[in-house]
Design a protein around this ligand. Structure first.
Ligand code: NAG
Ligand code: NAG
Ligand code: NAG
Length: 202
């Protein structure tokens, strides 16, 4: 039902394409732009990055471990630069991470219950592993839970979550294809979704 509604909706908004610049996005076989802020562990006593998530639209929380004292962790907040937006994603199947992305698709729910992004095409003739993710934010830039989020590749749903503010999946041996994303939100708040793609180590 959701997928059908989304596809219907996409037909109406295909003019709002926010393409990710292909040359920029696939440099050196990675979708991570040079200007992207990655999670880092600044305290040299807690130098091992465990995971990260978006605290706000412009910052991420990082969890860092002490390699010499197993089970000891610390957390820190990393600010995104300038116009970057934090997007949650899975680096590997069970490893939740976040990045401040400078290349992304952005859309909001001003058109109603179900809102979809434009479409974005990645591909440079090579195959590589990528991770795609979406995080939804309210007008204050705080993550906001929505009823459903889905990511589509060539009109096929490849990931979906319910009652969360994020969704992500890893695509192994990805070559090319068109991505789009939709979220459903029954509330009255203005919600903005951000989709980004990252190099993965699947
Ligand atoms: C990409 O490759 C070029 C040439 O090999 C190199 O100069 C550049 O630093 C690389 N960029 C990244 C982000 O690794
Ligand atoms: C790291 O640990 C060393 C030795 O335990 C200590 O002297 C130092 O102050 C610590 N550094 C930080 C940044 O906490
Ligand atoms: C998304 O949010 C949930 C709940 O806050 C969290 O457990 C998960 O690791 C996050 N990341 C991804 C990529 O889904």
């Amino acid at each position: 039902m959701f997928a059908k509604l989304c596809i219907f909706f996409l037909i109406a908004i295909t003019t709002m394409v926010v393409g990710v610049p292909l040359e920029e996005s696939t440099k050196n076989g990675t979708l991570i732009s040079k200007r992207t802020t990655a999670p880092v562990c600044k305290d040299h006593n807690y130098s091992e990055l465990v995971n990260a998530w978006c605290a706000t639209k412009s910052s991420m929380t990082v969890i860092c471990a002490n390699e010499d004292l197993p089970g000891t962790f610390t957390s820190d907040t990393i600010q995104c630069n300038g116009a970057e937006v934090c997007v949650d994603y899975f680096l590997t199947e069970n490893n939740a991470q976040a990045q401040c992305a400078s290349l992304y698709m952005k859309w909001d729910n001003k058109d109603g219950l179900i809102s979809c992004s434009g479409t974005s095409l990645y591909g440079n003739g090579k195959t590589f592993d990528i991770s795609v993710g979406v995080t939804t934010y309210d007008v204050d830039g705080n993550p906001i839970q929505v009823d459903q989020i889905a990511i589509y590749l060539n009109n096929q749903e490849i990931a979906t979550t319910s009652n969360l503010h994020n969704v992500s999946t890893i695509l192994q041996d990805y070559e090319d294809g068109v991505f789009e994303s939709c979220f459903a939100f029954r509330g009255t708040a203005r919600v903005t979704g951000y989709f980004a793609a990252f190099g993965a180590t699947a």
